[in-house]
Design a protein. Structure first.
Length: 408
């Protein structure tokens, strides 16, 4: 069996190297990282037998909330005859604010953690993140997104990696932001990828503050083979972006997001809305963000502006920054206010989109809510209801342990 486990581990390591070389997608990174450490040496009892272990399966279902199918699958990698050790692990998670749903996801991804020593192996890592400014809800989300972190050495992997980010960003708080955005980054050799690519950005003349902004907002952008990363920098520079401006790193991020196939799909989405290749090129140079968001985000936002609001698609092409705004947090709440003002004839139907959607919160409230208190006294309540709804949705997503990257 040891030979088989060794073979599988080597095969998976080769697959990791291949995928990192071939410009990894978020999905491939997540799969590879979540499965790589199943074959690492540990004190956990591992078996490749297809025959399920009855007590283990029952425990995983009744105490961990796994489905029967997931419990049978997990039982191939962890066996126990009594509930003592797994109970102590579950108790640790519970006492530190992990929800049952979060714990279930952790066990599903890394069932061997149930045989860990909660006080010697798990708790020190949780306390380390807490000591660096992460809240317990933050820590729960970090672990849910990458349970393998709890199987890594605190002294040899987690602390050195964290200190690298702290030294570069000059702040524990900023370093924790990186970990919260992409917790799997702590599983990599920081110097092979992140450090090399930071050096490349500096050589191109990108200010440290802009590199820090990219690192905190999209740490996954640094997880690429250094020579390929340099090719991306050269490509962006040839497009006319100035390395000294923030648009440069955003453009790099856009090119890295999802790879060539994703880039082409996004171009197809814009073409479906009638944009020409020249309009797409100009939109990208104005606001590189327009090529970062998912096809679904682009489609739903364009649909709202064109079909819900009745605006020309070309008008959005001229102001691509509008696509970067959150539909739920900004566009819908603000448009709900505009609809009331339009119905009462208080503003012109050809109102300025940038004035409504790009102004600061304070300016928007001043121009479209406060000055119409007498004519439309319920405007503030309506606006706040829409904002509260979006915040509630964010809270529910955070509580479920959603591991998607944050968006603006």
């Amino acid at each position: 069996m040891r030979m088989m486990v060794g073979f599988l581990r080597k095969a998976l390591l080769l697959q990791v190297r291949f995928n990192l070389t071939a410009s990894p997608t978020p999905q491939s990174l997540h799969f590879l990282l979540d499965h790589l450490f199943l074959f690492s040496s540990s004190s956990t009892s591992i078996s490749t037998s297809e025959k399920p272990h009855p007590f283990t399966v029952s425990y995983l279902i009744n105490s961990c909330g796994l489905s029967h199918k997931d419990a049978r699958s997990a039982s191939k990698y962890v066996h126990f005859e009594t509930p003592d050790k797994p109970n102590s692990v579950l108790a640790l998670f519970n006492s530190h604010g992990f929800s049952k749903t979060q714990t279930s996801k952790i066990v599903k991804k890394e069932p061997q953690l149930l045989l860990s020593d909660p006080d010697k192996t798990l708790l020190p890592k949780l306390r380390f993140f807490y000591s660096k400014g992460a809240s317990w809800p933050d820590i729960a989300k970090i672990v849910v997104c990458s349970p393998s972190i709890l199987k890594r050495s605190l002294e040899n992997q987690i602390i050195p990696s964290f200190n690298f980010f702290k030294d570069f960003l000059q702040s524990d708080k900023m370093a924790i932001t990186v970990v919260k955005r992409f917790s799997r980054i702590l599983l990599f050799d920081i110097h092979t990828y992140v450090a090399s690519n930071i050096n490349a950005l500096q050589e191109f003349g990108v200010p440290k503050s802009n590199i820090a902004g990219l690192l905190m907002n999209q740490p996954m952008a640094f997880m690429v083979r250094p020579n390929l990363f340099r090719e991306n920098l050269e490509e962006v520079e040839k497009m006319g972006f100035n390395p000294s401006q923030m648009k440069f790193v955003i453009a790099v991020q856009a090119i890295r997001a999802g790879g060539k196939s994703s880039w082409e799909r996004k171009i197809d989405v814009y073409k479906r809305w009638g944009w020409s290749e020249e309009e797409i090129r100009l939109a990208f140079t104005k606001s590189p963000w327009c090529m970062i968001y998912s096809e679904d985000k682009i489609m739903t936002t364009m649909d709202f502006f064109v079909n819900k609001m009745g605006r020309e698609s070309s008008s959005i092409a001229r102001r691509p920054v509008l696509i970067s705004h959150s539909l739920e947090k900004r566009i819908i709440p603000r448009y709900s206010v505009v609809q009331v003002l339009l119905s009462k004839g208080l503003i012109d139907k050809d109102f300025s989109l940038p004035t409504v959607f790009q102004s600061t919160e304070k300016m928007f409230l001043h121009k479209f809510v406060n000055v119409y208190k007498e004519e439309a006294p319920r405007l503030m309540k309506l606006y706040q209801e829409k904002i509260n709804l979006s915040e509630k949705q964010d809270f529910l997503q955070a509580g479920s342990g959603n591991c998607r990257m944050s968006t603006l």
